[in-house]
Design a protein around this ligand. Structure first.
Ligand code: SF4
Length: 461
């Protein structure tokens, strides 16, 4: 971490110092892992694939299977067509997945490989599927890559068989942990509504230790279910950046009405999610969920005086930050710095939604704040030096700022590389909000305990 001079903001017209994002193919690889028996394939050099696999493995602490076109100098000059054709043949012969999900990298996009034509000319065994997404990493972030791979699933797999729609909902959960996907499925299941969720990394990136290696764990969305998504009565996209445009693509292609909601972090966003399901499918909210909500309200009331007025800096993925900002405001906290590395207006994605959504919430709450898309952690550190905060929330890389400024720190989002079990536990839904309250309480109160102990020590001495 470079040193940041307080009271001065270093203006930059270019360059990124300590990015608050990763590159597109990483998100595409994660999305592809959410299809059952799918092998993600990185069309580029080995280094890209190794980085994405290791980053995912470090966050989820699970083996991540993926193959690569293994570009060398020859492919860089003459194109990667023959590498990809050979890869497709080898992958099905050796690893035998049901689906191969190809995503591109900076290099293959710069060369301009014609991926659909290459795939058409490849030998694909009967009954097997190859899908592809363009994920040039010099645009957007890992969230954009996730979104592009989900769009590829819809464009290349989903079909509307008739104009009649089934009494079922599609849920696109966004770039969240498998623990969150399980919670979204649990909430929808409790409502008694038939659903298709994709991508679904539950059971893939949080699979149990059985003593035997499974190349393709039991979880993941079935290809048949993604096909069938074109016949559903509604699609709920959770998160504007990761899920919004795929849902609207399905609406255009298969006439499945789409709504985009915030990632259901906190009480209001979870209420919105459940009420939309209730409204569309005329189901009552079961008492069990009402009870969970009531428990959360109870805990929020009990802890409000710990949180009220505390200043928070948060960074990470835009969909997570939008939900998190709303929840922190409902706790009486003041999110004074909110920064994402993902650009707000990625091609084909929402434009300016990040700033608009957050600024609207802050204006209603009367909180003055700095909100920025396409920012970096160097800039966030400068903001914090100029306006100190009581709490920092974000991924693992925030710990350097937290250490330097001696701020309590809550790890949330992606990637979390220096802790374990986080990906099994949700931050969405009422239970996820309870977990967030506990994490924030622990961080703030540990600090208060430490300060009190220091005071006691001073008195003794
Ligand atoms: S930024 Fe480009 S070159 Fe670097 S890992 Fe990502 S895809 Fe590969």
């Amino acid at each position: 971490m470079l040193d940041c001079t307080p009271k001065e903001i270093v203006e930059r017209s270019g360059g990124v110092i300590n990015p608050a994002k990763a590159c597109q193919p990483l998100g595409a690889m994660y999305a592809a892992l959410g299809i059952h028996s799918c092998l993600p394939h990185s069309h580029g050099s080995q280094g890209c694939c190794s980085y994405h696999r290791s980053h995912l493995t470090r966050h989820f602490r699970e083996p991540v299977m993926a193959t690569t076109s293994s570009f060398t100098e020859g492919a860089s000059v003459f194109g990667g067509g023959s590498n990809l054709r050979t890869a497709i043949k080898n992958v099905f012969a050796i690893y035998n997945p049901d689906v191969m999900a190809v995503h591109t990298t900076c290099l293959s996009e710069t060369i301009g490989d014609d991926i659909p034509t290459i795939i058409k000319s490849a030998e694909i065994p009967a009954g097997k599927v190859v899908i592809y997404a363009h994920t040039p990493s010099y645009q957007g972030s890992h969230v954009t890559g996730f979104c592009n791979m989900v769009k590829a699933m819809i464009a290349q797999l989903s079909r509307a068989d008739t104009n009649e729609k089934e009494e079922q909902v599609n849920i696109i959960p966004g770039f969240v942990d498998p623990g969150d996907m399980r919670e979204i499925k649990r909430l929808t299941g409790k409502m008694g509504i038939k659903f298709i969720i994709f991508p679904d990394t539950a059971g893939v990136m949080d699979s149990p230790m059985t003593g035997r290696f499974h190349m393709y764990p039991a979880g993941g969305a079935l290809v048949d279910d993604i096909r069938e998504a074109g016949n559903s009565a509604m699609t709920v996209a959770l998160g504007y950046y990761a899920s919004g445009s795929p849902a609207h693509l399905l609406e255009r292609n298969c006439r499945v009405p789409a709504i985009t909601l915030k990632t259901p972090i906190g009480i209001k966003a979870t209420d919105d999610f459940l009420m939309r399901l209730r409204g569309k499918f005329a189901r009552e909210i079961p008492y069990e969920l009402e009870e969970e909500r009531g428990q959360l309200v109870d805990v929020m009331t009990d802890t409000h005086y710990h949180f009220y007025g505390k200043k928070v800096a948060l960074f990470g993925d835009p969909d997570i930050l939008i939900g998190l900002t709303e929840f922190l405001l409902s706790l009486g906290m003041r999110p004074v710095h909110v920064l994402t590395g993902t650009p707000s207006g990625t091609p084909g994605g929402p434009k300016g939604v990040f700033e608009r959504e957050i600024n609207e919430m802050l204006a209603v709450a009367g909180v003055e704040s700095r909100v920025k898309a396409a920012g970096d952690l160097f800039e966030l550190h400068q903001w914090i030096k100029n306006e100190p905060v009581d709490l920092l929330m974000g991924n693992t890389y925030g710990k350097y700022i937290a250490r330097a400024e001696d701020i309590p720190f809550v790890r949330v989002g992606f990637p979390i590389l220096d802790r374990s079990a986080h990906s099994y536990l949700p931050i969405v839904g009422y239970r996820g909000a309870l977990r967030l309250v506990e994490m924030i309480s622990n961080a703030l109160l540990d600090r208060q305990d430490r300060d009190a102990a220091d005071e006691d020590l001073e008195l003794i001495m």
